[in-house]
Design a protein around this ligand. Sequence first.
Ligand code: SF4
Ligand code: SF4
Length: 363
Amino acid sequence: MGFKEKLESGKDYYEIRLESIGGLGANLCGKMLGELGVKYLDVNSSNFSSYGSEKTGTPVKGFIRYCKKEKEIRVHSPVVEPDLLVVFHQALLKDPSVWKGCSRETAVIIAMEPGQKTVQWKQGVCYGLEAQRIAMETQSRINVVMLGAALKLMGIENLEAGEQICRDTLGKKYPEALNNNLEGMKRGYEEVKKLERQEVCQNERSREKTAQESTKQQEWGYANAPIGGINPRFGSTVVADLSPSRQGYIPLFLKERCINCGLCHSTCPDMVFQFAKGEYKGREMMVNQGLDYYHCKGCLRCVDVCPVNALVRGVEAEHSDKEYFLPNKELLRMPAYYEEAGADGYITSESYLTEKRMEGGEV
Ligand code: SF4
Ligand code: SF4
């Protein structure tokens, strides 16, 4: 049911929740959806996002509410029972909090990977589109593609209002990218489709297995933390899977060119490069062994800085088996408490509360 029908049917609000990762532009998408209501859809609307200081790579939620023009919006809390849920990245689907409040009627739009055949789905009526591929082909961004898809699911008959809000918001800020963004939004609107039964699956067994494996992992304490110390709180870079922040590109390592200068290591903000004692040109030294792509957010600063082009920009979809992918064994991934806390662990005052609730020790 579209947003107008919903409001006509007597429901107070039509509510949207955006589930995203810092860096994908969900905040701006939420703002555009909010403004769209007031300026062009003849309804009242409000929106806000929830994110913390470490935005890139950490979960972000956006909330948008519409109601009839005559009504004042007095609710300013997060959307707990969305009519429309928009998930910007696959990695979020395993987080139970992403699905919170969804019912059988909730329309769920999922950004799928290029060529992806099935999605892990839990609740609601599932729609999908290859948002990243569309963004790359149109040289726009995922947020405008998802905006187009959301407009379609809201039951908006054409893109006039959407184009206008894009012009208002992006036209002034990024005039040179406006046409690409309009094209990205149009493709999102046109290409979002309801997923067939065979394209969605609920794989509870693998979900359970992952949970069991993660509980086996040790937790860090004073006796076993890596030298230099770590911050094991939820959402900190070291436990966060930053791969969802990538926008289609990764650094590729051409080891035979590498002179082990270490510039990439000192430039990378996320401990991606794995140096270990080794030999280079007959001398014992610290040698670049590879990258831990789990922590790589695809900023490509390392590519810029490498003096001998041993790091080059690659299209991620073409490198599903990444050469020189070297997981950092010292760093804990997905500890049990992070899985349990889910997106509640992102950097807001909620992190503090969750840690207290889960007896995580002194804060
Ligand atoms: S900056 Fe380039 S040459 Fe230097 S260690 Fe990194 S990959 Fe090797
Ligand atoms: S792209 Fe390079 S600098 Fe950026 S996070 Fe990945 S490895 Fe680090």
